[in-house]
Design a protein around this ligand. Sequence first.
Ligand code: UD1
Length: 421
Amino acid sequence: MDAIEIHGGRPLAGEVDVSGSKNAALPLLAATLLAEGRHHLGNVPLLADIATMGRLFDHMRIDLDRDEVDPRRVTIRVPSSPRAEAPYELVKTMRASVLVLGPLTARLGHARVSLPGGCAIGARPIDQHLKGLAVLGAEIRLEHGYVESSAPRGLKGGRVVFDVPTVTGTENLLMAAALAHGTTVLENCAREPEVVELARVLAGMGARIEGAGDAVVTVHGVESLAPMKVDVFPDRIEAGTLLVAAAITGGNVVLHRCRLEDLDAVAAKLREAGTRIEPIGDGVHVQGPRVPAPVDFRTAPYPGFPTDMQAQLMALCTVADGSSVVQETVFENRFMHVSELDRMGADIKVEGHTAVVKGVPSLSGAPVMATDLRASASLVIAGLKAQGTTLVQRVYHLDRGYERLENKLSQLGAEVRRIRA
Ligand code: UD1
């Protein structure tokens, strides 16, 4: 199994491009199901989660071809009646497979999608997705671990009030409502940039959507949609991860293709820690502090501090000049990186949803492993700062959401490589 080996201590320097966004690409791929025909997507990141979606499309008898010259260019041919099923083997490796439920039910009148089950960062139910589809008139049955949804005469507009702002739940309902008869009002929606981008692309396909990015979104259903042609926008979480990596090493880095406007909460905390972050051309220039100042932060739905950046910023706090308090409010069990960071010499105490991080003068490299994607990224970041060698194992977590992170870091001068451990 692959591992990432890091010899810490080098400040990052240089320029690097941010890849296409995983969490934007996945709903866009699901949205192709809404329109028969040939869809074109560019800047699709080369990630394990995207490959999983490809396997799901294969199962659904949908052709997905990557361009031979530019593998980030993808053509998808959606037939008139794909197989409307997402099997357990695929959904269990990637919860976002559940994004096919809304579009399949809306266009074909039925779908069979495995329930995702628990995952490393908590129970993560899909009750809000199902509640919303039921409001739009789908009959939902749970049988043998599968959601069977059926709306043989099509979906009907309705008023859906989400109990919690859910990102993929809002996306599923946006897609379903786009082809429903009549008007749907979605309340307490997630406002993440990826939701806004999906709405923008759906509108380009002919959907009528008002208010995306607000808590209340109105969708006027249309009869049919046209295929999409779109380039996936840059990944704000990859960008944020690279910003923290630059900051913790006291580096001097330019990130190209980085949308700073999507990173307000992250940039604010990094600045509080003493990092200089300036917009420049198509990206940002970041200069890390000599020693970071401690920062308190709490995760929250957008525009709050993203839960997907909590582990990485916590890595920075481990070497700050004082104590930081970190609160995780979005997911349970999202502190798995703490015990591993402590093994590298960090001083972190967790109580419930709160972690108190006492800054230490230095970290020491160690063999570590993480059980989720962003936790793995935080260990890589800690390894960049630590004295000696850090071996981050179970790299398949990292590969779900980062396009060869080690290549980008070595391009910036880090001593890091992938090895077979
Ligand atoms: C998405 C992102 C993920 C990110 C998360 C929160 C994608 C593919 N993944 O995941 O990277 O960490 O947003 O920003 O975009 N909840 C319910 N019932 C539901 C749905 C959600 O109770 O039906 C709860 C969850 O358990 C969680 C909270 O709502 O506590 C937010 O989860 P949600 O926004 O749905 O996360 P995902 O869409 O799965």
